[in-house]
Design a protein around this ligand. Structure first.
Ligand SMILES: NC(=O)N[C@@H](CC(=O)O)C(=O)O
Ligand SMILES: [Zn+2]
Ligand SMILES: [Zn+2]
Length: 346
């Protein structure tokens, strides 16, 4: 096969940041994706409709002229989010979901939820409206090993949440374990999951063998090979519960290459090519379109994109670094390495 054409994909989990960082990265996503679910973990976080609408305007203003890209906004759930906040946001038609960050779990999650039981009313309202809860599924208990935090989250938080709210739409974001893949596959259709390209392509050896590679450090952390294999199986299974979410999370080079480096991988530049590489390695390129372009809108109850993109099977080199505003640079995943697929430019 020398080229593949698919319905234009969407990114159901994306960090665009703000200001000059936003201006540096947004075109990379807008070139490939029709829409993206925009994560609200700014400083301060996006916690109400007004903030979400303002942020949406800043994203639209940063887009290249003629871009049709549509940002789908989210609210950041806090212990103080009210039912009214939820209803107002949902009623606008511009806010598609609410994001749960357990307090302290990841980048900019200090205002996150300390105990989901503080959010019972807001969550019940979401269940009633059919508004999805997007979950960073890791416990933050210091006694739990970082490699076990997702699996423990399923038992301690996810299962009790779903037994209290069986109809709640939930997206288990950026799943990284066989445990999460099995949990989602066995759950009813109101439970979905996003899977990143980097978790499909890499295991923890890639990050830690032969030297520590900070650009592979993201949360949830890369796991052992058997988990990567389970993610590949889930993504290529045709199960509509699994869909594309890059979790592209830009941090300046100096913040990653540091004695306390930030978590997050920048994949937006080559997102669809990275997924194509993973699906091709698994002999499942025919399943890419469902995962990348159909399952996500179907889960969210939105129309699929009506245009398409084409990927050519050609080798090209990923740039070593990208501008990131004010003299800063950004290192994309696979910087300086070769990719075997390239999205055709219109
Ligand atoms: N994935 C990451 O490692 N980092 C994300 C936050 C997140 O999605 O957990 C970020 O905002 O940098
Ligand atoms: Zn996360
Ligand atoms: Zn994320």
């Amino acid at each position: 096969m020398t080229a593949i054409t698919l319905t234009r994909p969407d990114d159901w989990h994306l960090h665009l940041r703000d200001g000059v960082a936003l201006a540096s990265v947004v075109a990379d996503t807008a070139r490939q994706m029709g829409r993206a679910i925009i994560m609200p973990n700014l400083k301060p976080p996006v916690t109400n409709l007004d903030q979400a609408l303002d942020y949406r305007q800043r994203i639209l203003a940063a887009l290249p002229a003629e871009s049709q890209f549509e940002p789908l906004m989210t609210l950041y759930l806090t212990d103080r989010t009210t039912s009214e906040d939820i209803e107002t946001a949902w009623g606008s038609g511009k806010v598609q979901a609410v994001k749960l960050y357990p307090a302290g779990a990841t980048t900019n999650s200090d205002s996150g939820v300390t105990d989901l039981r503080h959010c019972e009313e807001a969550v019940a309202t979401m269940a009633r409206l059919g508004m999805p809860l997007l979950v960073h599924g890791e416990v933050t208990d210091h006694e739990i090993d970082i490699f076990d935090r997702e699996a423990v989250f399923i038992e301690r938080v996810m299962k009790p949440l779903l037994s209290r709210h069986p109809d709640l739409k939930v997206v288990f974001e950026h799943i990284t374990t066989a445990d999460a893949a099995r949990f989602v596959a066995e759950s009813p259709s109101n439970i979905g999951a996003t899977i990143t390209a980097h978790h499909l392509l890499y295991n923890r050896n890639h990050m830690l063998v032969g030297g520590i590679r900070p650009h592979y450090y993201c949360l949830p952390i890369l796991k052992r090979e058997r988990h990567r294999e389970a993610l590949i199986e889930a993504a290529t299974s045709g199960d509509k519960s699994f869909f594309l979410g890059t979790d592209s999370a830009p941090h300046a080079r100096h913040d990653k290459e540091s004695d306390c480096g930030c978590a997050g991988a920048y994949t937006a530049l080559t997102a669809i090519e990275l997924y194509a590489t993973a699906f091709e390695q698994a002999g499942a390129l025919d399943r890419l379109e469902g995962f990348a372009s159909h399952h996500g809108p179907d889960f969210y109850g939105l129309p699929r994109n009506s245009d398409s993109i084409t990927l050519d099977k050609v080798e090209w080199q990923v740039p070593a670094e990208l501008p990131f505003g004010e003299g800063k640079t950004l290192v994309p995943l696979r910087a300086g390495e070769t990719l075997g697929w390239k999205m055709r430019q219109d």
